[in-house]
Every structure is written in structure tokens, then in C-alpha cells.
Design a protein around this ligand. Sequence first.
Ligand code: HMG
Ligand code: MG
Length: 360
Amino acid sequence: LFADHVRIIEVGPRDGLQNEKKSIPVETKIELVNRLARTGLRTIEAGSFVAPKWVPQMAASDKVLSSVLKNPPSSPAPVTYQWLLPNSKGLDNYFKVMNTSASATDGYPTPPPSPQNDDGPALNTSSQDPNAMPASTSGVDSMSKSRGHGSGQKHEVSIFMSATETFSKTNTNCTIQESLDRFRPLMAESKKAGYPVRAYISVALGCPFEGADVDPHRVADIAASLMEMGADELSVADTTGMGTAPATKKLLRTLKEAGIRSEDIAMHFHDTFGQALINTMVSLDHGIRAFDSAVGQLGGCPYSPGATGNVATEDLVYTLHSLGADTGVDLEEVSRIGDWITNEIGKENGSSAGKATLAR
Ligand code: HMG
Ligand code: MG
């Protein structure tokens, strides 16, 4: 059906773990990221720089980032790591780790951002903003090469806002307009430092407070604003899993009519109602070739009561491979990781394809 390459953005270490009540040792988080990096996954959202009083589970993300920088896992393909953050404080904390690691003890100076290398960033950097800085490989990437790691790793920033006012207030303590105002300088600063930016639009297919009928035109307006200010990719999120095939179709049509290109969109489906793969099929039909998922079907948003995990990476890979798509991901290995991490944190493995693959 689809001979195309489909890019999977593994969000398990961030979206998957952020909602876990019991504190997960940082060593486990690092092991999760390192193991995922060896499966052929090219993009991993590995942590977030948010307020620890609201999302304590992500408080050790600085340590995860340090570890990735200092001891990059040997991956079959260069991996891009993404770091979620809501504001300038988050960006400062992210830069702090980057700069500390870049000027670490072994005498290598902090290198300036270098030109993009052949692999290109994970994000589509064809920004519509003519004034936007060209995305470049981060200084840290060239630093890790100069230290002989040769991992080719790259780093990107993810920011997040909402399609409804109520969710915006709950999740980010500001209005939709305030989010946009906050992101303009944030995006510019991140891109200037060489870190491409992905922007999430939450509750695009249903809001826990305002219901299932989120206006797709509102999502499209937000998407257009984010692209205009230089976003390198949009992640359009069904936070609650309320999205249905017709609603997904309507949303993607509306985005297209508003001039948002399918190459600039990744879809982020939570699987609360078991519709994530159906909505994935609809999205593939509309030309979408990037999807977020979490190994073991981990996850849930702390501000979306009752919402369950992201679509499982194992299920997504299985479906995409069955369609003839190329993901580059080793299904058996991600299945083993899904089994391991859900066991580690005392959760049931939510991936049907993962369990079936291991039982074969
Ligand atoms: P605020 O407006 O500053 O107000 O932050 P606040 O009262 O919520 O927090 C204030 C305290 O947090 C202050 O500390 C700040 O310094 C601190 P205090 O003076 O009380 O000691 N603070 C921070 N600390 C570290 N890093 C930061 C930071 N920012 C403030 N970056 C804000 C509002 C939204 C930033 C904050 O409430 C926050 O970080 N909330 C967590 C939001 C979050 O992580 N949500 C989950 C991720 S989004 C998601 O899961 C959806 C997604 O998966 C897509 C989808 O499915 O929809 C992406
Ligand atoms: Mg999510």
C-alpha cells in the first residue's frame, strides 16, 4: 500500500512516564532512552524541562540529557533527541545542561553551531518564516563527534500549547494568545542556538473540559501562527483519545485548506478509546508520514483525567510494516523494551502487537 518511509517519534520516555505517580529511578529512564536509541528509532522525546512541582516525574530530565550527551548509546542510525519545555525558564534549564556538558572537563571548548550534516534534522526544517534562522546541527552534536563518540546525535526542542482555552489554562496556566506570545521569542532563541523546534497543539480532537467538538478552524489558525513564527514541525495531538475517523478527516482537511502542508505535521494519538490506529490510517490517507507513539502504550497527560497512553510504538510499527511502509524500527527489540519497561514500573503492557510478537 505505502512504500513510503514513515517517521516514528518515540515519546515514551516523556509522555509515557510523566504521569507515573511512583518515582522512577533516573537510571531506568536513561536505560529506556538508551535501549530505544538502539532499535532504529530516529527520534526520541527523552524528557521535559517543566515545573517539577507539577510534573515531578520529569524532574531528572537534566540528568537524562547529560547522560545522552556524555555517554551516547551506539545507535544503528543517528538519533535526534527532543526535549519538551513550556517557557523561557525551561529553555534556560535546557541550555544550562547543554552548555555545562559542552564545556566539560576534558578540555573541549563549546563549539559554535555547525552547518547541518548530511542526515538532516529529524524535523522538517522548511520553515515558512523567511526570517527564521536556518536550522543547524547543534554544537553539542559536533562536540560529541569531536570527542570521538561519532554518534551523530542531534537535539531539538518541543513546545506545547492547546486548542481550547480551558485546557490551555489548566496545562500551561495561560491563554492561547499568551502561549503564542511566549513562543515567538522562545522559538527564535532556540533556533538561533541551533535547536529546531516542534510545536504541539493539544486537545485538537477533543478536550476533557470542553468536549469532543473542538473547532478544527481554531486548530488550523493556531497551526498557521506556529508555522508563521518558525515551527519546524507541528504535532497535532488527540490528548484525550476522543478523536474518531471522521473528526480526524475533517481536521486534516481543514489544516490543508488553511495551507498547512502534510510534511509539516506529525499526528499524536492517545489510544483511550482504541481509535489511534484507525485515525493513523485516515492520516496516512491524507499524506501524513510522521506519528508519535510510546513503547508499551505508556502514558497519559497529568491534565487530562482518564486519558490513557499514546498509541503503542509496537502496534504502530506492526501496522505500518503490514502496509509496506518502512520505519527502520526493529519490532522485536521495541517489543522487548515495552515488556521490560512496563514490568519495571509495574504496569500492564498495553501493546497487543508487542505481546504477540514476544509470544511467537
Ligand atoms: P507558571 O505560570 O510559572 O506558574 O508555570 P505555576 O504556578 O504553574 O508554577 C510556578 C512555579 O513553577 C515557580 O516555582 C516557577 O519558577 C516554576 P516556585 O516559585 O513555586 O518555586 N516553573 C518552572 N520550574 C522549572 N522549569 C520550568 C518552570 N516553569 C515554571 N520550565 C507552567 C506554568 C506551565 C510552566 C508550569 O505550570 C508547568 O511546567 N506545568 C507542567 C505542564 C506539563 O508538563 N504538562 C504535561 C506536558 S504537555 C502534554 O503532556 C501534552 C502532549 O503530550 C501533547 C498531547 O497529548 O496533548 C505534549
Ligand atoms: Mg500526549
